[in-house]
Design a protein around this ligand. Structure first.
Ligand code: ITT
Length: 185
């Protein structure tokens, strides 16, 4: 199996997935499958549910990616609600919530979900630890990238290729690719 079908509506994730999985020999094709976003406290449950839902609906193997940013000082918020917070608050309001906060640790997490038709979904988790910057910086990337500092640069200050090497998504997708290699290829 050299092709991976990726159900996502997010063009930035698709671009990153094509690069990450392309580097380890897989072609990625986008699927249109708007799976219901389960309200759950953990990305694993949401991702597994989405993968199974799409695999059953489309009758084919499907990969999904559910991601979020977990900010220590906010007790892990926004975590699984990252999409909602980005759409309704945005980075400036997140920075406002963090004003005066000295603990700026944050973890970006991606859970890749994969399912074959009539199969059990599997999940592969990738993380990267960083800090929340004091202001938005950089022009690359998307979403929370301008406020997520990895070492001394925000993800938005890194070229895609560098972000993918260390990112939550890179780590999760490379884990998934190793599993595919051993189990399905
Ligand atoms: P899907 O169609 O794949 O579900 P989505 O944009 O809804 O796309 P998520 O729910 O996984 O994706 O993303 C949660 C939020 O986190 C959303 O606001 C994204 O923009 C943001 N996000 C995800 N990955 C990111 C990354 O690598 N860098 C910055 N922000 C990211």
């Amino acid at each position: 199996m050299h092709k991976i079908y990726f159900a996502t509506g997010n063009a930035h994730k698709l671009r990153e997935a094509k690069n990450i999985l392309g580097d380890v020999g897989y072609e990625v094709e986008q699927l249109d499958c708007d799976y219901p976003e389960l309200q759950a406290d953990d990305l694993e449950t949401i991702s597994a549910y989405g993968a199974r839902w799409c695999a059953d609906k489309l009758d084919r193997d499907v990969m999904v990616d559910d991601s979020g940013i977990f900010i220590d000082a906010l007790n892990g918020f926004p975590g699984p609600y990252s999409r909602y917070v980005e759409d309704h608050l945005g980075n400036q309001k997140v920075l406002k919530l963090m004003e005066g906060e000295t603990n700026r640790k944050a973890v970006f997490r991606t859970v890749v979900g994969f399912c074959l038709p009539d199969g059990e979904p599997r999940t592969f988790t990738g993380e990267v630890v960083g800090t929340i910057s004091l202001e938005e910086r950089g022009t690359h990337g998307f979403g929370y990238d301008p406020i997520f500092l990895y070492e001394d640069q925000t993800f938005s200050e890194l070229e895609d290729i560098k972000k993918n090497r260390v990112s939550h998504r890179g780590n999760a997708m490379r884990k998934f690719a190793r599993w595919l290699e051993l189990n399905l290829r």
